[in-house]
Design a protein around this ligand. Structure first.
Ligand SMILES: [Cu+2]
Length: 384
């Protein structure tokens, strides 16, 4: 059912989106290689739609490109897609009708075709996660995405959720873990895992040959691509897992805010506050104060840097979560184990004594001679 839906992006913010069966992204479709699949798509949107089955081998007329391979599905009508899931792997689905609007509104979903029996290039895993990268531009105080935005989105989300609204990925020490990530945003996302190396074991083109798998800690997922990564979770702890674009681990913020690092403007603030009592200045010591500040924000938006860890504010939002690896995680029980209790003597610690000065690189002194400028009155071309 293609229809309008409401999605909580994170506690404190709800978005008015379009999706499938009451959710954005739509339900993850899981089938087995060789299954014949029949999907009924009813259009409850205010405009026509289709569904494209990204990456699948199928008859041309089932590919879901409105106007090219089929007529659009009119408002209120139901169309049927039917094909055999020929190739095992990880795929996506999304409209191929007024795509800019419909994808900006959150219409997308995941599809996993499991191999029929053992497959030489698909390993068995204990934990198998999947999520879609998506992005929205929702003005603070409103709830409907601006569908014309091309790059300057303010909500960078996994499955239409932003940190701290994204669950941790809970695994047991020694588990083999697979994470499938599809990118349906309009920019690339270098997805980065702490504390482990993984290998990229496949894309929407299928499982990768063993010779193509190399150890990585970050994999860049391009627009319209899917990457699946695998690793053995053999280091206990709470390991950050996030997009490495630092603006993508932030919630809404003003890009027009000037950089004030190093500027002492305390006297000025008091003067302005006499006129505008709410006036605040951010960033004279960096932006970290934002993580602690309880700044008044409009209804229905998220603080820019949010989320709290065992040692204070995490200063993260957007495309961020943790992989929690625990020896004590019982088989079959993957509830959130809480924060990791680090063994004594294994955490970065404060040094109390004085240290010798470090050797510093020195910048050569600038020349003291003032630069010379000579202004020349421009001549008119007629004097040539
Ligand atoms: Cu990103």
């Amino acid at each position: 059912m293609a229809e309008p839906v409401v999605r909580e992006i994170a506690p404190g913010m709800r978005a008015t989106l379009w999706g499938y069966n009451g959710q954005s992204p739509g339900p993850t479709i899981e089938v087995v290689e060789g299954d014949r699949v029949r999907i009924f798509v009813t259009n409850k949107l205010p405009e026509h739609t289709t569904i494209h089955w990204h990456g699948q081998r199928l008859p041309n007329g089932m590919d879901g490109v409105g106007g090219l391979t089929q007529p659009q599905i009119p408002v209120g009508k139901t169309f049927v897609y039917e094909f055999v899931a020929r190739r095992p792997g990880t795929f996506m689905y999304h409209p191929h009708a007024d795509e800019m609007t419909q994808m900006a509104m959150g219409m997308m979903g995941f599809w996993v075709t499991h191999p029929k029996g053992q497959h030489p290039l698909i390993s068995e895993v204990q934990r198998d996660f999947c999520f879609l990268l998506n992005a929205f531009d929702i003005e603070p105080g409103s709830s409907t995405p601006k569908v014309n935005t091309m790059l300057d989105f303010n909500l960078w989300t996994w499955n239409s959720r932003a940190f701290p609204g994204i669950d941790s990925l809970n695994v047991r020490l020694g588990d083999k873990v697979r994470i499938r990530v599809g990118n349906l945003t309009m920019t690339n996302h270098p997805i980065h895992l702490h504390g482990h190396e993984f290998s990229v074991t496949g894309s929407d083109g299928g499982p990768w040959p063993l010779a193509a798998r190399v150890p990585e800690v970050t994999t860049d997922i391009g627009v319209g691509q899917m990457r699946q990564v695998e690793f053995v979770a053999d280091e206990e702890g709470d390991w950050a897992f996030h997009c490495h674009k630092s603006h993508h681990t932030m919630n809404p913020m003003g890009h027009a805010v000037p950089t004030m690092i190093g500027v002492d403007h305390r006297g000025l603030v008091q003067k302005i506050q006499k006129l505008v009592p709410d006036y605040m200045v951010m960033g004279e010591r960096g932006m970290a104060d934002m993580g602690e500040m309880e700044m008044p924000i409009p209804d229905n938006t998220l603080p820019m840097m949010t989320g709290a860890g065992p040692y204070g504010p995490l200063e993260m939002g957007g495309m961020f979560t943790t992989v929690k690896v625990r020896k004590t995680q019982k088989p079959g029980d993957y509830r959130d184990p809480g924060w990791f209790k680090q063994p004594a003597g294994t955490r970065a610690y404060e040094w109390g004594a004085t240290l010798p000065e470090p050797k510093r690189q020195t910048t050569p002194a600038a020349s003291t001679a003032p630069a010379e400028f000579k202004a020349v009155k421009p001549h008119s071309h007629s004097e040539h």
